[in-house]
Design a protein around this ligand. Structure first.
Ligand code: EPZ
Length: 433
């Protein structure tokens, strides 16, 4: 039985809380470590289920992965890699597809299970495949696997149909060891892309334009191992900012990078919260006396992040008016609406739009986390609800948040985990290689 959170709502959150390393950067840096046979050390790595699964994927590829500190991961690829990422691991975490580019660049071949969809959408990878073919790979998809081979990747001019984060990352990593120059137009500009480019350049890659719509990569012969600190997690920061606002609290977020959250902070202010920035790594949020309704449309960075859509929907569910949230990135990211409506919210969805009619107070209720961010949003809603909320299936939340309940409790939340945190069964899989 998965553990659950029991939350007694009504406490104002107050105090300081530190942000951990970014899940959506750490996973890619771990994959990028495959691009060299030399050892790499990553610090500020969040100890979360998805990192455990990525470590298991790397170990199945023949890499030695060890933890040399509470947030430090040592990766030793060595000079003999396996080329196959197995279904039983890739199906647990679709982000495993990110080993495709590095394996192809290092070995000239890769066999990666098709990630398949997940709760929030189909999660296609056509742009990954088309881009790698443009770099000279021959790719076949069949029997649930992607088979890619290439004697030597060659630089090319690529234009993405859409600024896909994963496709940008796979192509960026493959291009670092390709022969010649690669330009990629219409790339993703997320801070995690910049973090990956900084990491690769520190390894000896020649990448320009990270964070802009066009990137230029000059292929090099080899890359070397480095030590690197993962950037702070802007989505964890945004989640905790909303927790402070929804409870009418006064919370200081430490070690975040405000620049990564410019539009999120602006939207939070529009809802009536007071948000101030001190130094370059502290954001303070004070909840307003009431919450104003606003409209939000999720877009690729620097637009509003889809990964904070559900948390803002929880906040707007108790605004004094009607808000509209439009989800443009994933086709099925309103799954948590039904659960939130069980807490009394008045939300209906029409295609990509959610119409949120604010109510005065949410009521505590037993709810089930449908996915990572929907689960976090239900816990945030429970903080402000009247009475007790039980959030079941919190293993979803453990995928992307380290010590979620401890951080909330440290700033005044009445939250307990009942039941043991599930160990990722990825470790068992590694056991029976
Ligand atoms: C990354 O997913 C993040 N995951 C997601 O965070 C995040 O929501 C997303 O980027 C957008 O910011 C990780 O970094 C591990 P995409 P990714 O490729 O790379 C379609 C979280 O909660 N698409 O930009 O999969 C795709 O179907 C997670 O932490 C294609 O059609 O995002 C989706 O609808 C959730 N063809 C949209 O683009 C392709 O070849 C965005 O996908 C690739 C993508």
């Amino acid at each position: 039985m998965s553990s659950k959170f029991v939350i007694k709502g009504g406490n104002r959150l107050t105090g300081k809380v530190k942000i951990g390393g970014a899940k959506n950067s750490a996973l890619k840096l771990m994959a990028a470590a495959l691009l060299t046979e030399e050892p790499t050390t990553l610090t500020n790595v969040p100890i979360i289920t998805d990192v455990t699964i990525m470590a298991a994927v790397l170990e199945r590829l023949g890499v030695v992965v060890s933890y040399s500190g509470p947030d430090t991961v040592d990766i030793k690829p060595g000079n003999s890699l396996y080329a196959e990422a197995p279904y039983e691991l890739v199906s647990q975490m679709r982000a495993s597809i990110i080993v495709l580019g590095p394996l192809l660049a290092r070995l000239g071949r890769a066999r990666v299970a098709m990630p398949g969809g997940c709760n929030i959408g189909s999660r296609k990878i056509d742009m990954h495949i088309r881009g790698l073919e443009a770099l000279g790979a021959r790719i076949e998809v069949g029997h649930g696997f992607i088979e890619a081979v290439s004697e030597k990747l060659a630089g090319s001019k690529i234009a993405l149909d859409y600024p896909s984060v994963g496709a940008t990352e796979n192509l960026l990593m493959a291009a670092t060891l390709a022969k010649g120059v690669t330009t990629i137009d219409n790339v993703a500009r997320e801070p995690e892309i910049v973090d990956l480019a900084n990491f690769l350049n520190k390894m000896g890659a020649k990448i320009e334009g990270a964070g802009t719509p066009t990137m230029r990569i000059e292929g090099v012969g080899s890359l070397h191992g480095v030590e690197y600190a993962v950037m702070p997690d802007r989505i964890e920061a945004g989640t905790l900012l909303v927790a402070g606002a929804i409870t009418g609290g006064d919370v200081v977020i430490k070690d975040a990078i405000p620049k990564h959250l410019e539009l999120v902070i602006s939207k939070l202010k529009n809802t009536g919260a007071t948000v101030t920035i001190s130094g370059n790594k502290e954001i303070r949020v004070k909840g307003g006396s009431e919450i104003n309704p606003i409209d939000i449309a999720t877009l690729p960075y620097p637009g509003f992040p889809t990964d904070l859509q559900t948390q803002f929907m929880a906040l707007l569910s108790i605004a004094h008016g009607t808000s509209i949230i439009t989800e443009n990135i994933f086709e099925n990211r309103f799954m948590f609406v039904n659960e939130l409506n069980r807490m009394g919210s008045d939300i209906r969805t029409e295609g990509r739009h959610a119409i949120i009619k604010g109510i005065s107070k949410l009521m505590g209720a037993p709810v089930t986390a449908p996915d990572l961010r929907g689960g976090a949003a239900l816990a945030v809603a429970g903080l402000a609800a009247e009475g007790v909320t039980e959030v079941l299936d919190v293993y979803h939340i453990d995928r992307g948040y380290q010590n979620f309940e401890h951080k909330l409790k440290a700033i005044g939340a009445d939250i307990e985990r009942i039941g043991e945190k599930e160990p990722s069964n990825a470790l068992k899989v590694v056991g029976n290689r």
